[in-house]
Ligand binder design. Structure first.
Ligand SMILES: NC(=O)c1ccc[n+]([C@@H]2O[C@H](COP(=O)([O-])OP(=O)(O)OC[C@H]3O[C@@H](n4cnc5c(N)ncnc54)[C@H](OP(=O)(O)O)[C@@H]3O)[C@@H](O)[C@H]2O)c1
Length: 279
């Protein structure tokens, strides 16, 4: 009897999958036959399956990405369950906390905030190394595509968010290094202007409407990222900028005048608890 050759399957892992951007990427990747999508979220106990209209399942798994051994073990388990059928793995890290540091740390050499570094950079390394470790057991080459997000502001090394800049630089360099090291790895680093996510709304609740209307829609960002991930060639490393242009906005002028930028940002952020402006 002639054996049917099994078509290779793709596994997609998305962290931050309950955030607006992560969820949009997870669902944007879903629906292809032979593609199994897994979203990780920390505030749930059970695996949640979203299935009927899709050709292949989307699953939300409980996972605290900050718990490195647990996150690595889950990734290894999900890969080993599919075993030799796996031909491609896509990892998208959609977690990357921002910290507004103001003038407290104007020193370029100052140590970065540990949490910002951990979640933007170290967590991504942990997940990537878990994937690369697990594919060694598969017995044939597996294409691994990596993706995470940065900000267009990082080009200006704004000292007000020094740790965020350093963490993004580290994660970008890491992806580039990995893609350069192995033909079966490819990387996409996406720099965006402000995206309308829960975190951003919490960070800047008083943003004026004439600025807010230029915040990017997460679904629009996800659509572009998913299309780029599909086209990524083995061994490639790409940087993609996604910007919603604001008429008259000059980034050089905006980011270089740090004192003015600080005053502008403080006007959009929650007022400090001990502020005399508080009612
Ligand atoms: N928003 C923007 O304007 C903007 C601009 C440029 C770049 N980016 C980048 O885009 C990515 C997504 O940004 P975002 O604004 O959605 O903010 P984010 O603060 O990175 O949050 C994304 C999601 O991550 C989840 N999360 C946080 N810690 C977790 C953990 N330990 N385990 C599992 N899940 C965890 C959060 O869900 P829960 O808290 O509900 O668990 C949240 O929904 C980040 O890399 C960010 O740096 C964003």
């Amino acid at each position: 009897m002639k054996m049917e050759k099994q078509e290779p399957i793709e596994l997609v892992f998305v962290s931050g999958a309950c955030g607006r951007l992560g969820k949009a990427v997870l669902l944007g990747m879903a629906g292809e036959k032979n593609r199994f999508c897994f979203g990780f979220q920390r505030h749930t106990q059970a695996v949640v399956l979203l299935n009927p209209p899709l050709a292949a399942p989307v699953e939300w798994w409980p996972c605290d990405i900050a718990d490195f051994p647990a996150a690595a073990a889950l990734i290894r388990k999900l890969i080993s369950e599919k075993g030799t059928a796996v031909g491609k793995i896509t990892l998208v890290h959609a977690i990357g906390p921002f910290k507004y540091e103001g003038y407290q740390k104007p020193d370029e050499a100052a140590a970065p905030d540990p949490h910002v570094m951990k979640m933007n950079y170290e967590a991504f390394v942990n997940m990537t190394e878990a994937v690369l470790d697990a594919v060694k057991d598969i017995g044939h080459p597996v294409q691994v595509n990596l993706c995470t997000f940065g900000s267009v502001s990082e080009k200006y090394k704004v000292p007000l968010w020094h740790s965020f800049n350093l963490a993004k630089q580290k994660v970008r360099d890491y992806i580039q290094f990995k893609a350069g090291q192995n033909r079966n790895i490819a990387g996409l680093y996406v720099r965006t202007s402000t995206i309308d996510t829960g975190s951003e709304n919490k960070l800047r609740p008083h943003v004026p409407d004439n600025i807010r209307r230029y915040w990017l829609d997460p679904e629009k960002v996800a659509e572009s990222v998913c299309a780029d991930m599909e086209k990524l060639k083995p061994g490639a490393f790409e940087i993609k900028d996604i910007i919603e242009p604001m008429p008259g906005f000059d980034p050089e002028a905006y980011y270089r005048d740090v004192q003015k930028l600080d005053a502008h940002w403080r006007s959009m952020m929650p007022k400090p608890k001990n502020s005399s402006l508080e009612p």
